[in-house]
Design a protein around this ligand. Structure first.
Ligand code: NDP
Ligand code: 8X3
Length: 256
């Protein structure tokens, strides 16, 4: 019997996928979401083959108002309780100065990184309040701690995640529900491919000359944050590659 249940949004690639594998390897039951149904299916198959723990998949676009309630319905129907929500789904689109950027790109980032996170958090935290336990981990970013040129709207959305994490922790304090932020620096995933709209060369260049974090590094951190004793909460964990000192400052001659 699995010990606990985690919901991981954006589990079709990168950090979310690595986190799903990490928690499944440690006997957690999972509910995983993302838009690409075929990727959710292959994650489900891999977890069943390797770890034999139950995995429910929900293919959904987190930007839709009903995304949170769809997830909540699944929990009520299956009679399972969420121990942990990892609000991971997110993206950057574009890296242009504000006056040259596309308003459609702003909408995608704001709707996914802020509004999607809010829809899911509202629905799942209401279940956690009713059941009297739970933990929410939001994935922030170094971009939520400092701005950088061309980062404008992406940085604003991750600053919003930072602020929301603090506010949610206050709202959920009376119910003993923990709220944490895990904020990574550069992690090599599909992130840059999405940011540069499929331009493989531009995406590769982001990680050239140094060793970026891997999705598994962040999955390990998520595992740690989720498994500290019940009286401990990790409020805010900023994790950087050794070769990255700030959003813009890299040692690109680094051997590590
Ligand atoms: P990936 O692009 O590899 O993964 C992003 C995930 O988000 C995918 O599973 C994608 O699923 C999901 N997603 C995107 N849009 C939506 C949507 N509208 N509805 C549902 N799911 C969606 O990138 P990462 O793993 O790197 O990103 C994960 C999180 O980490 C993001 O919040 C990102 O901002 C953050 N982050 C990343 C860093 C990095 O350097 N990589 C550094 C700091 C933070 P699908 O496309 O199937 O919908
Ligand atoms: C992703 C990291 O520095 O590209 O959140 O914004 S960065």
């Amino acid at each position: 019997m699995p010990t606990k249940t985690a919901i991981i949004t954006g589990a079709t690639s990168g950090i979310g996928r690595a986190a799903a594998l990490k928690f499944a390897a440690n006997d957690w039951q999972l509910v995983v979401t993302g838009r690409r149904a075929e990727k959710l299916q292959s994650l489900q198959n891999e977890i069943k083959d390797k770890y034999n723990v139950p995995v429910l998949t929900l293919a959904q676009d987190i930007r839709l108002h009903e995304s949170g309630d769809q997830l909540k319905k699944l929990f009520l129907e299956k009679l399972i309780k969420p121990d942990l929500l990892i609000n991971n789904a997110g993206l950057a689109v574009g890296l242009s100065p504000l006056h040259e950027s596309e308003t459609a790109d702003w909408e995608r980032m704001i709707d996914t990184n802020i509004k999607g996170l809010l829809y899911v958090s509202k629905s799942i935290s209401s279940l956690m309040v009713e059941q009297g336990f739970g933990h929410i981990i939001n994935i922030g970013s170094i971009a939520g701690k400092e701005a950088y040129p061309g980062g404008n709207v992406y940085c604003a959305t991750k600053h919003a995640v930072d602020g929301l994490t603090n506010a949610m922790r206050m709202d959920l304090l009376p119910y003993g529900i923990r709220v944490s932020l895990v904020a990574p620096g550069a992690v090599e995933t599909e992130f840059s491919l999405v940011r540069f709209k499929g331009d493989q060369q531009k995406a590769k260049n982001v990680y050239k000359g140094y060793k970026p974090l891997t999705a598994e590094d962040i999955a390990d951190a998520l595992w740690y944050v989720a498994n500290v004793p019940a009286h401990v909460n990790i409020n805010d964990l900023l994790i950087m590659p050794t070769a990255q000192a700030s959003a813009m400052l890299f040692n690109k001659q680094s051997s590590i």
